[in-house]
Design a protein around this ligand. Structure first.
Ligand SMILES: [Zn+2]
Length: 262
């Protein structure tokens, strides 16, 4: 996979989104990317705060860049040699709600992935959704669809079509409830003693099942009703929170801002 090998270090090239960056020392930055070929990758960009030419706006949050990096071992710490910005997403940066949503997307990816584990589908998934947000198809629906598919690509797909205990299909249920701990639905009979706290309508469950199956280019044809949107926000939010063990900062801010402009 290495392009060149010199002085004990191998050099690689990949595409990646910036998940976060912190200053280090006088002029360096430590950057976390989600990459096409290496999954989550952390590395040091030497002189990044001085060398505008080498890094420009390529290491700003959620920028997509071509990255050239080198390291001594397969899983070792990376030295970011060069970053060429491919998409800086100006349309997202000029709109507060879009900006907060994109920040939420990359914070989610950062929390739900581990370093060095490649997942090309997940990379494509982030790229598709940032492109959709950039090209003005932004809505709350879109963020729910992102969460739903993110859970699938990360191996946390919830059971939405039947009771996880007795297998009763949702069509035969009166008051289905969702349990984040079980990552699935329980019927009225199986609720007792369980952790199913979130009531959810059969209509919402069907809408979610459909939206995780539909082709991504048709996703803007789907629109959740106000009630379904509210229920899915709660259902998916509780599952994500349970999976990563906390509520994300960026989601809290996004919700506060949305309340202010409502
Ligand atoms: Zn049941």
């Amino acid at each position: 996979m290495a392009m060149v090998k010199s002085r004990g270090r191998s050099t690689y090239k990949t595409m990646g989104f910036v998940l976060g960056a912190v200053d280090y020392g006088d002029s360096d930055r430590i950057v976390t990317f989600y990459t096409d070929r290496f999954g989550k990758l952390k590395g040091i960009a030497k002189g990044a705060r001085r060398s505008v030419k080498r890094f420009a706006n390529a290491i700003e949050l959620f920028s997509l860049s071509t990255i050239i990096f080198s390291r001594t071992r397969e899983t070792g710490f990376a030295f970011i040699d060069n970053c060429d910005v491919m998409n800086h997403y100006p349309g997202i940066r000029h709109d507060l709600e879009k900006l907060l949503s994109a920040s939420y997307i990359v914070e989610l990816i950062d929390q739900m992935t581990v370093e060095g584990k490649n997942n090309h589908m997940l990379f494509q998934h982030v790229r598709t959704f940032l492109d959709l947000i950039e090209t003005n198809l932004y809505s709350d629906n879109l963020i729910r669809f992102f969460e739903l598919r993110l859970l699938r690509h990360s191996g946390y797909d919830p059971v939405l079509d039947h009771c996880i205990i007795c297998n009763t299909p949702i069509d035969a249920m009166e008051n289905p409830c969702f349990s984040a701990m079980d990552a699935g639905i329980r019927c009225t009979r199986c609720r007792n003693g369980g952790n199913a706290h979130i009531p959810v309508s059969v209509g919402t469950l069907k809408a979610l099942i459909m939206s995780r199956q539909i082709d991504i280019d048709k996703i803007n044809r789907l629109s959740l009703s106000r009630q379904s949107l509210k229920e899915s926000e709660e259902l998916l939010g509780s599952l994500i929170e349970h999976t990563i063990g906390k509520q994300l900062k960026s989601l809290k801010i996004l919700r506060q801002i949305q309340k202010m402009v409502e």
